[in-house]
Design a protein around this ligand. Structure first.
Ligand code: ADP
Ligand code: MG
Length: 415
């Protein structure tokens, strides 16, 4: 299968080959044809599978082959849950449209809106936006969505996780009823299906599932450890292994900050990335990590979802996720494209149930290690930690709502 055989125009093919892509990824091969036919599409595939090009390439094809007025009303709206993702998608759109007469811009909160408004006034074909800033500018009369022909919801699962449902519904009402709708998501939950039914018309559903084969090539290890020893253990592993690019997951923003501080005091360059960080801080952290200035990036699940970080040799779960599916997403950050990666989880007694759920989901037993001096606490309870316990400002609805098969997603606004 080649990009050419999908029927994309020559300037788009040129941009693709400039990016060095040789052939469409599985989700691209599945999603591009129905989008080119003008159908509504619901697509799901794991992070890192090329979903952005999956919707951007056919969108660019449609817009450039069907030019409209010179004054450029907004013809396509791409909604993303966070500023980083909006910026990332915009960078992709710019790359892929390099040889086309298409204009695009991005708007998001947390920065001065004046330049954003000025760019829109000059006319853009594609607007990439986070819901909040979009509604803001629309209500100020700075932009109109009345001419939108294509709506794209990127990282739709995360939008739901972050509580954007209301905003999305409000935005729907500002657009013409007749339009093409595309929804892209890393996961495929009941909530996503519900949202899809309310937005999409007769959608074609395409999926490139996170095969277990991907999980199988990843070297997975669990270190059983006393909760109080986790920080020392992670520092020892990173320092003694001389690991250079490590993505660490914590369950909470608070936990991410705390761990980052301890790493820095231990002489390991580290930065946290989560929803409470300013735009500048997040961009700087991500950039520093990609360029190798920062060895350790500490992230929450929601902050990491969708971020385009290349192949990582090491992913560490400082805490296991309470949603088993998130484990697969987290460790999917390593061992991509056939290269082998290592995923390590630090597991204390109270996470025993999470571990069991994860092993059930991935249908394999994870090798368990115990390091001398970092043994698990034999007296610790195996009861899952409940909300507000142990000084943990945890927003996850865990504890009593934790079901036996906790593979399904739950609302996590504050991570
Ligand atoms: P997702 O949205 O599914 O998480 P992205 O769209 O961010 O994934 O793409 C992940 C990475 O894969 C990006 O660096 C992108 O440039 C690259 N990529 C996308 N499509 C292809 C392709 N067909 N061949 C090679 N690399 C690709
Ligand atoms: Mg994406």
């Amino acid at each position: 299968m080649s990009f050419k055989s999908l029927g994309l125009s020559e300037p788009i093919l040129r941009a693709i080959s400039k990016k060095g892509y040789e052939e469409p990824s599985p989700i691209q091969a599945k999603a591009i044809p129905p989008i080119l036919e003008g159908k509504d599409v619901l697509a799901s595939a794991q992070t890192g599978t090329g979903k952005t090009a999956g919707f951007t390439l056919p969108l660019l094809h449609y817009l450039s082959e069907n030019p409209k007025e010179k004054f450029r009303p907004i013809r396509a709206l791409i909604l993303t849950p966070t500023r980083e993702l909006a910026a990332q998608v915009h960078a992709n759109v710019k790359d892929y449209s390099e040889f086309l007469n298409i204009r695009s811009t991005v708007i998001f909160g947390g920065v001065n809106q004046k330049p954003q408004v000025a760019t829109i006034r000059r006319g853009v074909d594609i607007l990439i936006a986070t819901p909040g800033r979009l509604l803001d500018l629309e209500s100020q009369g700075a932009l109109s969505l009345k001419r939108v022909e294509v709506l794209i919801l990127d990282e739709a699962d995360r939008m739901l996780d972050m509580g954007f449902l209301r905003d999305i519904e409000r935005i729907m009402k500002l657009m013409p009823k007749k339009r093409q709708n595309l929804m892209f998501s890393a996961t495929f939950s009941k909530d996503i299906k519900k949202l899809a039914y309310s937005i999409l018309n007769n959608p074609v559903q395409v999926e490139a599932t996170p095969e277990n084969t991907a999980v199988e090539v990843i070297n997975q290890t669990v270190y059983r450890v006393a909760k109080a020893k986790k920080t020392d253990l992670i520092i020892k592993l990173i320092a003694e292994g001389n690991w250079k690019q490590v993505l660490v997951f914590t369950r909470t923003k608070h936990g991410a900050n705390r761990l980052t501080k301890k790493m820095i005091s231990a002489g390991i360059t580290a930065a946290a990335i989560h929803g409470n960080k300013s735009q500048g801080a997040r961009t700087k952290a991500l950039d520093g990590f990609k360029k190798g200035r920062i060895r350790v990036l500490v992230a929450t699940d929601i902050a990491a979802r969708g971020l385009d970080i290349p192949l990582l040799p090491h992913v560490i779960n400082f805490e296991l996720p309470n949603i088993s599916e998130d484990y697969v997403h987290r460790i999917g950050r390593t061992g991509r494209a056939g290269a082998s990666g290592e995923a390590i989880s630090l597991v204390s007694a109270d996470e025993t149930t999470f571990l069991r759920d994860i092993e059930k989901l991935i249908d394999q037993k994870i090798e368990i290690k115990i390091l001398e001096g970092f043994e698990p606490d034999p007296n610790a309870s195996t009861e899952p930690i409940k909300q507000g316990q142990g000084g943990r400002r945890n927003s996850n609805p865990r504890g009593k709502s934790k079901s036996k098969n906790s593979g399904q997603r739950r609302r996590r606004r504050n991570n």
